[in-house]
Design a protein around this ligand. Sequence first.
Ligand code: SF4
Length: 317
Amino acid sequence: MAPSAYLKLYSSGVLRERADEALRVLHHCQLCPRKCNVNRLEDKVGLCQTGSMALVASYGPHFGEEAPLVGVNGSGTIFFAGCNLLCCFCQNADISHSVAHASTVAPQQLAEIMLELQHTGCHNINLVTPSHIVPQFLQALLLAVDQGLTLPIVYNTSGYDTVETLQLLDGIIDIYMPDIKFWNAETATRYAKAPDYPKIVRKAVREMYRQVGNLVVDEQGQAVRGLLVRHLLMPGLDEETNAILKFLADSVSLDTYINIMDQYHPSGNANQYPELMRSLATDARATACQYARSLGLHRIDERDLAGLLQRIASLQQ
Ligand code: SF4
């Protein structure tokens, strides 16, 4: 596997400069589009409920991610508590909307978690919901590289990321995995109180693509670099799905690797929105995939259930 790009930036000193620059942003936090302007270095918190240290809900090898991330030994997933988007239907609301049960981790502890995942044999470090802890991650990465980390880094995000923050990660993140959720401002307002989400995520995805290009996999089928886009199908939002797919085809790349996900079920506070208390149509995914292919998009993640069961069985032996 090719060495991760961040090793070069570590050697040249650029990684340290970026980590320092990112830390300064926390002084009047404008790390994400919420622009809360709180001094997180003094542990004041904004919408993401996270102060100077990252909060980790759990970590470990994960086998439920896309096949190019999971390989044989799993994706080294770190679930951060808190979130800067806070969708009302979030399936992880217990850790994204509340940080009560998370552990506060200093940079050295976060570095040790990454090294432990590497030692376990995971194929990558998968940062889940990292938009609000970019500076903390960079501080930890400096320490982890110094102690031997070489795995590719996956930035697994809602896509509510500013271009400025993403530019701090240029040459550091190997695989960007944004979830494009909504197309219309009205929808993003209703479900996440983020009217600017559609504009922001479109800019963010184009910046991610500029940095890493299309997804590249090695001879074992494991992702080494590139963009992997997720889209969760939602009841009644078929037209937004189509607009998102068209955006990817027209404004990103026909070679974009996409996971069109149909596991929606009402969670979090969805019960306050009657239109969300429904299941998807049984053919929703097939219809969306067919539309994606009609646009020329051809790298659509196929769920490899047999492969997943095989990997879990091999771990239990
Ligand atoms: S990272 Fe958190 S505190 Fe900073 S602007 Fe975003 S939501 Fe607010």
